[in-house]
Design a protein around this ligand. Structure first.
Ligand SMILES: *Cc1c(COP(=O)(O)O)cnc(C)c1O
Length: 468
């Protein structure tokens, strides 16, 4: 079929449609049966071998490739399964499947210009502003995830303070603050922006793993006394280790009084603005200068789908805008509609990621998405009760949102063994972390498919391991 082909498109579109329909059927069955089978299984050796083939000179054709794609379906991370509780993964959804079909047929580039896809992104930016109570003038950008969103937000914060775009940062005196529970993406952004990760101070936390405000004030005063220039404060809304929320309203007060840029890392927790249970914990986020969060975590859009929201559009644009000749815009025609996404971030070519986000919100609405978050919070509390009732287990942190961390009383080795056996057996996937110096089973429930029964299965599994 493929030898000497001059046409890259299918030679027989009807045949192509039949293969595509078969693959679509397999994909829908995969999603419909998300709870069947093991949560995770190793990628079979013969399939690993298939992925070590020589560079093909002649293609195998669309039919063969469609069959190979269908074969991959069962070997994901496992995060579509109701008993996936590892790290912080969203569980994804059917709306993304629809969106990806349309996006694949359009092959739109969302770096800029005036075409239908751009209006979808504008719509989602407007929806995000509304979600967080930001003014209509705020700007936003769809990115791969919170790590990238953090780089974009922190660049806007840096450039608002330092004239560094052309000259580089040089010897600078800027320092920022985040709790010692903040995600590593913040320190990485400081590194990549030339500020250096040492310029990010790690503020201690209280017993609830929230930033210690008294310690923050002391550290800031000491830095000022040393001639340094505090310029930003990073609040965490949903810490990756234990799911804690900093007191964002208190941070907003301090940022205002001290003239700091307030950035919120709400990778999964910011979605809590849609949940009656978590909304009170997010009070103050509407006063932030920037927010980074993911649609691919607690809002269950398929990977990858992150977002950065910036209060001051002019400062956001000032950090990225540039006008090379080949990107000149016009008032009419396809090159109209400036500013474009390229004016708000580092990427020029950008896929139609936002379509998945739009489809998820349009299909399900914010109420159902928020209710699923609230249900996960209730499930985390339920699991905590079960852990507390088990004499051989010890809970290591209060439950603030979706995360429960606990250890086996016999020590770190047994605690780790529990997690590894659950993963390898395919029964459930928690992950391992360290809390206050102790190894912990970490169960994070950002999963709309989890039912209370799944938590009982998990606990039976934990008890089953203990027998050994
Ligand atoms: C997941 C996570 C990140 C990183 O987000 P990515 O989308 O993986 O880049 C940052 N902060 C927190 C709190 C997270 O949970």
């Amino acid at each position: 079929m493929s030898g000497n082909r001059r046409d890259l498109d299918p030679l027989d579109w009807a045949g192509f449609e039949a293969h595509a329909a078969e693959l679509l059927h397999s994909a829908v069955m995969q999603l419909a049966g998300a709870k069947d089978g093991p949560v995770w299984q190793p990628f079979p050796e013969d399939m690993q071998a298939d992925m070590q083939a020589e560079l093909p000179i002649e293609g195998a054709g669309y039919q063969a490739v469609a069959a190979q794609l269908a074969g991959l379906l069962p070997y994901g991370v496992g995060n579509t399964h109701p008993r996936f509780f590892g790290w912080v993964h969203g569980s994804g959804g059917a709306a993304s499947l629809l969106a990806e079909i349309a996006a694949a047929a359009m092959n739109a580039n969302l770096g800029g210009r005036d075409h239908g896809a751009m209006y979808v992104e504008k719509q989602v930016v407007a929806w995000v502003r509304q979600m967080f109570g930001f003014p209509k003038t705020a700007s936003g950008l769809v990115v791969s995830g919170t790590s990238m969103a953090t780089i974009v937000a922190l660049k806007a914060a840096r450039d608002a303070r330092l004239d560094a775009r052309a000259s580089g940062v040089g010897a600078h005196k800027l320092v920022g603050y985040a709790s010692n529970q903040a995600h590593n993406c913040v320190a990485r952004a400081f590194d990549m922006l030339g500020l250096g990760s040492d310029a990010l101070r790690a503020v201690p936390v209280n017993a609830a793993f929230e930033m210690d405000i008294v310690a923050l004030r002391k550290m800031m005063a000491a830095d000022r006394a040393a001639g340094l220039e505090p310029f930003m404060l990073v609040g965490t809304a949903g810490s990756v280790n234990v799911g804690a929320f900093d007191d964002l309203a208190a941070l907003a007060d301090i940022a205002k009084a001290e003239g700091l840029w307030l950035h919120i890392d709400g990778a999964f927790g910011a979605a809590g603005v849609l949940s009656d249970v978590l909304r009170p914990r997010l009070k103050g986020i509407e006063r932030a200068d920037s927010v980074a969060f993911d649609f691919h975590k607690w809002l269950h859009v398929n990977y990858d789908a992150g977002f950065v929201l910036v209060r001051d559009e002019a400062l956001h644009r000032a950090a990225f805008e540039g006008a090379p000749d080949y990107l000149a815009s016009s008032d009419r025609g396809l090159a109209a509609g400036r500013p474009w996404p390229v004016d708000y971030g580092p990427e020029l070519s950008r896929g139609f990621r936002v379509l998945k986000i739009w489809a998820q919100i349009a299909a399900l609405g914010t109420e159902a998405l928020g209710t699923a978050i609230s249900r996960n919070c209730a499930q985390a509390k339920l699991l905590a009760e079960m852990v507390d009732a088990a004499p051989s287990l010890e809970r290591l942190a209060p439950v603030a949102s979706s995360v429960v961390v606990f250890a086996h009383v016999s020590g770190d080795a047994v605690t780790e063994e529990i997690v590894l056996r659950l993963q390898e057996g395919g029964l459930a996937v928690p992950s391992i972390t360290t809390v206050n110096g102790r190894r912990a089973v970490r169960v994070n429930i950002t999963n709309h498919r989890t039912r209370d029964e799944d938590l009982r299965v998990l606990m039976d599994g934990v008890r089953g391991v203990e027998v050994f």
